[in-house]
Write a protein that binds this ligand. Sequence first.
Ligand code: ADP
Length: 246
Amino acid sequence: MSTLLEVSGVSVTFDGFRAINNLSFQIGPAEMRAIIGPNGAGKTTFMDIVTGKTRPDEGRVLWGEKSQSLTRMSEAKIAQAGIGRKFQRPTVFEDQSVFDNLAMALRKPRGPLAVLWYRPARADAERVHELAAEIGLSDQLSRKSGELSHGQKQWLEIGMLLAQEPRLLLVDEPAAGMTHEEREHTTALLVEAAKTRAVVVVEHDMEFVRRLNCKVTVLHEGAVLAEGSLDHVTANQQVIDVYLGR
Ligand code: ADP
């Protein structure tokens, strides 16, 4: 299988503390992966490295068919290269409609100022409807985003990221604070998204991870402790010890 992102031998030290320790990780172009691990394992730092927010002290982060190095690229350039990140809290333009949020996300550059120069174009409208169908918000297009439920806001933000057509989507705890039904919808949405791009989900909720039905990477002390199916990794004695704090 070809590799979309290859992280190899990466280490990061904060004030003498090794948060990421010789970490290696690979993901293919249309692969779903869950990353789990106890608090402090290095999950957030890992995503910060991939998105260029944190620079590794050692190691390589290579992207795409041409194995382009990401370690010196700016966060903006990395985003443009096709890596999207969704943080835990949804950041949508609350005063704008669902339609306008999606339409704005189609326009680059993205950011708080996008609202000032945004003018909808006809071609955008078609794509907005496609995106809305993908995230299950077709019947909410004219609603103000601020009026959406927590789950709907999360889907809208995923839709806004998909509008940018990332080849890799990093998603931080998508199921947090969701109802049972919302979780199911989120699972379906992410599984669908992973058919045409790589999706990495950091998640604490094991039931949610089970539903994703994908390979799982367990991080501990900044390195990969185990990798494989959820059943495989949760049967690993070292993983059990780490989760029980032994
Ligand atoms: P996780 O997301 O798995 O909970 P993090 O990546 O947030 O773990 O953190 C890994 C370790 O690195 C933790 O011990 C954390 O305290 C430490 N750490 C993360 N960011 C910084 C920072 N900017 N300065 C100092 N220590 C940090």
